[in-house]
Design a protein around this ligand. Structure first.
Ligand code: LMR
Length: 345
């Protein structure tokens, strides 16, 4: 689905209790030519989230209808819908968290980088508006190619003098969800019990799940030993190709959005970390000095103001070390492409 959604204004200042947390905003944006059915579930999930007290839905068309519909649900969030470019400023104003899944989705046979020409410009204009209307917002970037759109956002914010590296997140959580699910199925563990860090970036071989660091609250060690090197290699490949699996299954009608929505609502912008809970760690593609690359996905400790700490990679297996070296050239070139675009166009 081609959409932009932004959320904001909810999480950082509150004590964590729904009654004291400030308001939240979600802004949705879609291309009219490809109406994504998922915008309704997203709006619904956000309206059901007790941490959200204000929900702003934005699109170039159709948002007021969705906003009116969900606004009748008797939960906390006060909902408003904004349509047309002219209303973007109004939608963003006062936001504390902005979520951007803007632009077009992949079709079978395409790479995420094939979306660059369309999505890069959309991301750039949105980030320009963010720097104007909500310069202190935490920004969650979903728009692909994430490996380039996060650097674009950083450059736009730098130019505007509003860049805060602790508040810019490239969303790679789908990779983590996939790594956990595929690993748990192979190891015969309950999926909800497993955690697997995923490092690098969010495209093909730049996605590097660290199965050697997989942990489970139940019966883990003995199972891990039963996974062969071939199993780990196959799980890595499946995780790297997870987005493509969905794109192909949807046969031209979009890419993964429903699994992403789950994260958006429960683990992302609404996370306990941003709302003040301690020790919340998520993997995300962020400004980093963990490797020589300026942006890199690794475990990140969240706090009220965004990133509290970018954590190191831990001990890697030989297979993972090799994967890390192999991903660097592609990730570097995607980052540089984003920086160049932001500064030239
Ligand atoms: C995903 O990983 O599912 C998303 O990045 C969408 C895509 O094009 O794969």
């Amino acid at each position: 689905a081609s959409l932009i959604r932004s959320a904001g204004n909810a999480l950082r200042k509150g004590s964590g209790s729904p009654s004291s947390a400030p308001s939240a905003r979600i802004i949705l944006r879609y291309y009219a030519s490809q109406p994504p059915p998922e915008r309704k579930p997203l709006s619904l999930l956000m309206k059901l989230n007790p941490l959200v007290s204000r929900l702003a839905l934005y699109d170039i068309a159709g948002t007021p209808g969705v906003a009116a519909d969900v606004s009748h649900i008797n939960t906390r969030a006060e909902v408003s819908g904004y349509a047309s470019e002219e209303q973007l400023g109004q939608a963003l104003e006062g936001s504390d968290v902005v979520i951007i899944p803007a632009g077009v989705p992949r079709k079978p046979g395409m790479t995420r980088d094939d979306l660059f020409n369309i999505n890069a410009g959309i991301v750039k204009s949105l980030c320009t508006a963010i720097s104007k209307y909500c310069p202190d917002a935490i920004v969650n970037m979903i728009s692909n190619p994430v490996n380039s759109t996060v650097p674009i956002a950083a450059e736009v914010f730098k130019k505007a003098g509003t860049y805060n590296e602790k508040k810019l997140f490239g969303v790679t959580t789908l990779d983590v969800l996939r790594a956990k699910t595929f690993y748990a199925a192979k190891a015969g563990l309950p999926a909800a019990d497993v955690n697997v860090p995923v490092i690098g970036g969010h495209a093909g071989i730049t996605i590097l799940p660290l199965f050697s660091q997989a942990i489970s609250s139940s019966d883990f060690l003995s199972r891990q030993e039963s996974l062969s090197h071939e199993d780990v290699r196959a799980l890595t490949k499946r995780t790297q190709d997870g987005g493509t699996e969905v794109v192909e299954a949807k046969a031209g009608k979009g890419s993964a959005t429903l699994s992403m929505l789950w994260w958006i609502n429960f683990r992302g912008c609404m996370s306990e970390g941003l709302n003040g809970a301690p020790d919340i760690v998520e993997c995300s593609f962020v400004q980093s000095s963990v490797t020589e690359l300026p942006f890199f996905a690794s475990k990140v400790k969240l706090g009220r103001n965004g990133i509290d700490e970018v954590q190191g990679l831990g001990t890697l297996s030989d297979f993972e070390k090799e994967g890390l070296e192999n991903l660097k050239a592609e990730l570097k070139s995607s980052i540089e492409k984003g920086i160049k675009f932001a500064n030239e166009s």
